[in-house]
Structures are given as C-alpha cells and as structure tokens.
Design a protein around this ligand. Structure first.
Ligand code: FAD
Length: 506
C-alpha cells in the first residue's frame, strides 16, 4: 500500500537516452541538494563520455551504455527508476507508471526519444533498427541471409549498406541520389565507389566497456562484454534508447555468403506492396533477378517479396525499414493539451517548454518551434539530443529561480561531425542549401577517393558547407559562416587547393 502513495519530486526526467541523461546530469549538478528522478523504460542508460569541443560549435563525444547505478554513484542526488510511464496527467503534475506507482513533479522534462517509422507493421519480415535489442535481432537474421532489402536514405541506411558483408543488398531510395538527407548528388557520386571497394580492417576489441541487458551483473573491465541485471518487467523491450553512432562496432554484419559487399541501388522509388511467399506465388508477378551475378543461383522462393513503385519486385530474406523515427509521445498525449508538430514531435519553444505548463521536452521526442537562427535546423541526431537535454535543464532551473535565460549559442549554427563510408564527414549550417530556394550558389572541390568540399554561398557569404575526408577546413569555414564575411572578392579562389585558406583569413 505504501507504494501506492504518490511521491513528490521537484524535477523528474523521463528517458534514459542521451537527452534525458544530459538533462538529469545538468540538473543534478545545478541542484546538488534536490533529488532528481530519472524515470526510464530501459534497463541501461546512455551516458556521454570523452566529450570534446572540436571547435566553437562542433562537438565530438562517445556514447556509452551504462547501468543506472553509475549515474547514481556519480550524482548521489539522482534516483533512477526503471519503469515505463503509462500516462501523464499534466494538470495534476502527475505521472502514472507501469509498476503501479505514481509520481508528482514540479518540473518535468520528457526525453522519450522515437521509434523507427516502419512502412508496415504487418510483416514479421520487416525490421526497424533503433536500440540494442533490434540491432541484435538484425544481426541474428543477417547471419542466415543471402539477400536483404534496405529501405531509406538517411544515416542508418547509409551505414548499413556500407557495413553489411556476405549478403546481397538491394537499397531502395526515394531520391535521385544516395544519402539525400545529408548530401547532394555530387557528394553521393564521390561516395559511391566506396561501396565497391573492400572495407578497411577494424580492430576487433571494443574501445570501451559495453553492457548487455541479458546477462548477470557486469564484471566491467574495459574492452570486455559486460552484462547487467535486467530488472525489467517485460514491457520495456520496445522502448530502448536509440543506438549511438558507433552502434555497428562490435556487431558482426555478415550474411550467409563468402563474398564482400554486393549492393544494388534502386533510385526514385518506394515500396508499393509486401507479399509473403505464398501471396507472391499466387500473384501474377515475376521477381526481379539478382542485378549482379549471385554466388548462389537459387532464386527463391524467398520469405518475403517487395514490390516497388518502379514496377520491380524483389524477393529477399528480410527487409530493413530505415526511414526515420516517429517521436514517442503516446503515453503523454491522452487527456492533455500538447501542441504537436507535423512530424508528430512535441512542440517546444526557445525555453524547451511544451504547451503544457511545467512540462519541457528534449531530443528526438520534440520539435523545435522557435524562430531558428538562419544557420541552424533541427535534425534528430545525438549531438542535438545532448544539447537539448542539457539546455532544457538550464531552462527548468532558470524558470524555477525566476531568472532570464537566452537560447544557447549551440543553436546558432548547425554543426555535425560523423563518419560515412569510412570518411570523416562535417556538415555545417545550411549544408544542403535547405530553405534557400534558388538564392544561393555552390563552390565544389573534389579529389577522387580523397576529399569532397562543398560551400554554399548566399549573396557572397558562406551559409553552409559539406566536408568529406580529412580537409582540415572545418574551423575556418565555421568562422566564415558565423562572421558572415563578404567572400565575393575571392570568388572560386576560396577553394583553391594551393592556397592555405586558414592563413588567408587569419
Ligand atoms: P533515445 O535515445 O531514444 O532515448 C529515449 C529513452 O526514453 C529511452 O531510454 C527509452 O527507454 C525511454 N522511454 C521511451 N518511452 C518511455 C516511457 N513511456 N516511459 C519511460 N521511458 C521511456 N545520431 C547521430 O548523430 N549520428 C549517428 O551516426 C547516428 N546513428 C544512429 C544509428 C541508429 C541505428 C539509430 C537508431 C540512431 C542513430 N542516431 C545517430 C540518432 C541518435 O541516436 C538519436 O537522435 C539520439 O540518440 C536520440 O536521443 P534521445 O535521448 O532523444 O532518445
């Protein structure tokens, strides 16, 4: 009965992903004498480690899955409760949890992330990849697969088609070029040859401790696979945190063939229909032959068939749907009055406040609805999850203490650093001329297999850049975008490889 009595906390954060953990840590250090409750469905939380400010706006860090005891040890005022939130009663400032308890809050931050947007929920042969469990399921199925179809053109699809070996991959993209979320057609052209070359060998040891949810207590030595007790009641399976950018390291992405990469891209089309083997046999359709000679000439029957809008039908072992995420808002909407954006995220203002009093949101679950800086846009990436989580904590604190707070500098310029096809990739500002219409020009420099540099200029000023390879230009370009210097006198010389641009603008 004691458990039924509502508990009251000043600060409650929902979600143990990067956004929720960053928010909790910031609150914990700003209010060392207040208890901060972190409520999360997943048995492991995601912590940011080895944080490095690469330049004014570019940041790099690792994401480590940890048992919640680590954050509780680091911040004695943090209490982690592992339970799914079933319902939010915003008027009463109350959360109902799946474990039967309820929790009152003064200020709440929702960081419940998103779940893969599957193009169908009716086929067991269609997978989404989001968390450790789904990545392991993918690996298990891949080990027996000879052909898979990957749908989507964002970061996850890009990584998958590059990493998968020993299996034929049919990659279905709705755009004219691969990687459209991040690149233009020129950059795609630069990257395409990498799909046909051998991948460089990777060290097999993990860089840091990894925890799994299915073993016993963690022995916790670096470079070893550690386990952690799963105190889960069962329903958390679908609610794990999003994987970090190195999610495929340590996961063997090998199919059933003894071949290296074998990728065929179907451009400008989407999935029209999914058939089971039986449905397909009864249909009048013919399956597409493998576009490349196959080590195994057997052409089916396959467990699943995918008919595309370009008229082609492919049989395969399974399909990966990598078409983005839908914000996890379900338990919070019913009975409340949240403003929800077109992409289904909870709308937040420049104080990370939702439309419900004392409820903030950060990370993949929210949609930034403030007037953004001309060089920034929201993308559901781990850097922004960290920044939003951290900033929402500062906003909660400022509101509680009745202090003013301005939008943080990190929202001034979009800056993302990552790796695709084993190349370093830096994206700055309006890197794809987003929202600029015809009002821009591009300067491009490309050296095959070495670098691709693209600059977006508007009225002679730099507003965005894509840097692929070891270009060493990120800091200079970041400064040029931030200071909006008139670059028209330099013209194409800006990308002249014989000019040391860093010295030029010093
Ligand atoms: P999540 O990490 O999704 O965390 C949500 C948390 O909320 C989880 O702990 C979950 O258990 C909890 N939760 C959900 N519902 C409830 C509930 N009802 N009750 C209690 N708890 C709940 N980003 C990059 O920048 N670079 C990359 O290369 C990259 N690669 C990616 C690869 C994959 C395969 C995936 C899936 C994502 C990738 N991302 C990448 C995106 C990035 O991981 C996410 O944007 C980021 O992790 C989102 O963090 P979050 O804290 O908002 O949400």
């Amino acid at each position: 009965m004691a458990d039924k009595i509502a508990k009251r906390s000043k600060f409650v954060v929902v979600g143990g992903g990067i956004a929720g953990v960053s928010c909790t840590e910031q609150l914990a250090s700003q209010f060392p004498y207040e208890e901060i409750v972190l409520l999360t469905a997943s048995p492991l939380i995601k912590a940011v480690t080895n944080f490095k400010q690469v330049s004014k706006t570019l940041e790099a860090f690792d994401v480590e899955e940890q048992p919640s005891s680590i954050i509780e040890k680091k911040y004695p005022n943090v209490k982690v409760i592992q339970s799914v939130v079933k319902q939010l009663q915003a008027k009463e400032h109350k959360l109902q949890m799946e474990n039967g308890k309820e929790l009152h809050y003064e200020k709440l931050c929702l960081c419940s992330g998103g779940r893969p947007k599957l193009f169908t929920h009716h086929s067991s042969h269609v997978l989404g990849i989001r968390d450790t469990d789904s990545a392991q399921e993918f690996q298990k199925r891949l080990s027996k697969a000879k052909k898979i179809v990957v749908i989507g053109n964002g970061g996850i699809a890009l990584e998958l088609v590059y990493e998968v070996e020993g299996c034929e991959v049919i990659w279905v993209v709705k755009d004219k070029a691969i990687g459209n979320t991040f690149f233009d057609a020129g950059a795609a052209q630069f990257l395409i040859p990498s799909m046909a070359t051998e991948k460089p060998e990777r060290a097999t040891l993990y860089k840091r401790t990894r925890y799994t949810t299915d073993n016993a207590a963690p022995p916790c030595t670096p470079s070893a696979e550690c386990g952690v007790q799963n105190q889960d009641s069962g329903s958390t399976k679908k609610l794990g945190s999003a994987l970090g950018p190195d999610w495929h390291e340590g996961i063997k992405m090998k199919g059933a063939y003894e071949v290296s990469r074998r990728v065929h891209v179907e451009y400008q089309c989407e999935v029209l229909k999914v058939y089971t083997a039986e449905e397909f046999l009864n249909s009048q359709h013919e399956a597409q032959q493998s576009p490349q000679p196959s080590p195994d000439p057997s052409s089916g029957p396959w467990p699943v068939y995918i008919q595309l809008t370009n008229g082609k039908t492919y049989g395969c072992d399974f399909v990966v749907s990598a078409t983005g995420v839908t914000p996890n808002t379900d338990p919070f909407l019913q009975g409340n009055n949240f403003a929800v954006a077109d992409d289904s995220g909870l709308k937040v203002d420049d104080h990370m406040r939702t439309s419900e009093p004392d409820v903030y949101a950060a990370g993949d679950v929210c949609t930034a609805c403030w007037e953004p800086s001309p060089m920034w846009q929201q993308m559901r990436l781990w850097t922004q999850a960290r920044q939003m989580g951290w900033f929402s904590a500062r906003c909660m604190a400022a509101d509680l203490l009745d202090e003013p707070i301005e939008l943080d500098f990190c929202f001034e310029l979009f800056a993302h650093i990552t790796k695709f096809f084993n190349y370093k990739v830096v994206l700055l500002g309006k890197f794809n001329a987003q929202g600029l219409g015809q009002d821009h020009e591009l300067l491009i420099r490309c050296t095959k297999e070495r670098e691709y540099v693209k600059v977006v200029l508007r009225q002679g000023r730099m507003v965005g850049a894509v840097l692929i390879g070891e270009t060493d230009l990120e800091e200079t370009f970041e400064n040029l975008i931030l200071n909006q210097m008139d670059l028209s006198p330099y013209g194409e010389e800006l990308l002249n490889p014989n000019i040391d641009i860093e010295d030029y603008f010093d």
